[in-house]
Design a protein around this ligand. Structure first.
Ligand SMILES: NC(=O)c1ccc[n+]([C@@H]2O[C@H](COP(=O)([O-])OP(=O)(O)OC[C@H]3O[C@@H](n4cnc5c(N)ncnc54)[C@H](OP(=O)(O)O)[C@@H]3O)[C@@H](O)[C@H]2O)c1
Length: 231
């Protein structure tokens, strides 16, 4: 069996299952306490992955915010913040995006084979470009991350990425934070797209934990027998 990291999907969504609205600015779904919880989860991972559309639309930092958590990572011999990873077929990515510019840590771009040369030219020394297949194959990505020392991978969206990890059976855990409001606009992106998911009415996922965090509820699902309750 090909070895791969423990894969944890983390997502915030509205009561009606949307992960954003249609406005240009990023929609904040969680509260401060939940953002701090997510920061702690990040600090416990070796790498954080988002899809290229999220890099373009949200311009996320994807860094550990708490100085104490960064110090604790350094004391353990790790970089202060996890490796950043994205996946793209065409590499329409801005080398000045916060994903590339912030954090003294490696940035990995898994790119479709046909676009690797152009991606390398575009990103220069801001990232390591890796041929991920055509289209990029997440089995190959996770195996390569494992070979690079990544043992715990956090996937922070968006919906295209979530859908592929779930339908490929590559997710060990899902952390869903449900915010107490509706988006109510079907043009907005959802947590996942259509797909053939391993969990349905005949095969229910295992709800491992429910935690109230102020006005947000955290649902943790164990999606494989590798589920790490203490993680
Ligand atoms: N609430 C939350 O927790 C949360 C978290 C993250 C994002 N979001 C929201 O999610 C939305 C973005 O989600 P999304 O579904 O549009 O996009 P996404 O999952 O962030 O990224 C999709 C992109 O990733 C690349 N990609 C994915 N799989 C690939 C494959 N197998 N091979 C090659 N390239 C691949 C493609 O990039 P190219 O187009 O470059 O080829 C594709 O367009 C935004 O509105 C964002 O705000 C919400």
């Amino acid at each position: 069996m090909v070895e791969r990291p423990y894969v944890l999907l983390s997502c915030g969504m509205s009561i009606d299952g949307y992960v954003d609205d249609v406005a240009a600015e990023r929609l904040l779904l969680s509260n401060d306490a939940d953002f701090d919880r997510v920061d702690a989860v990040r600090a416990g991972c070796d790498a954080i992955l988002v899809g290229a559309a999220t890099v373009r639309s949200d311009d996320p930092r994807l860094m550990v915010r708490s100085a104490a958590r960064r110090d604790a990572r350094t004391a353990r011999g790790q970089r202060p913040t996890p490796i950043k990873v994205t996946v793209t077929s065409r590499c329409d990515l801005d080398p000045d995006a916060r994903f590339f510019v912030l954090g003294d840590v490696e940035k990995l771009v898994y790119c479709a084979g046909a676009a690797v040369d152009a991606a390398q030219e575009r990103l220069g020394d801001r990232a390591t470009v890796i041929d991920g297949g055509d289209p990029v194959d997440l089995h190959r990505v996770t195996a390569d991350l494992y070979a690079r020392g990544v043992r715990r991978l956090m996937v922070e969206g968006g919906g295209t990425m979530n859908t592929q990890f779930l339908t490929a059976g590559l997710a060990d855990e899902l952390q869903l934070a449900v915010a107490p409001f509706f988006v109510g606009d079907s043009r907005a992106p959802r947590f996942v797209h259509d797909g053939d998911f391993p969990w349905g009415p005949q095969r229910r996922a295992t709800l491992a934990e429910v935690r109230q965090i102020g006005d947000v509820v955290l649902l943790r699902y164990a999606l494989s027998d590798r589920y790490d309750a203490g993680g």
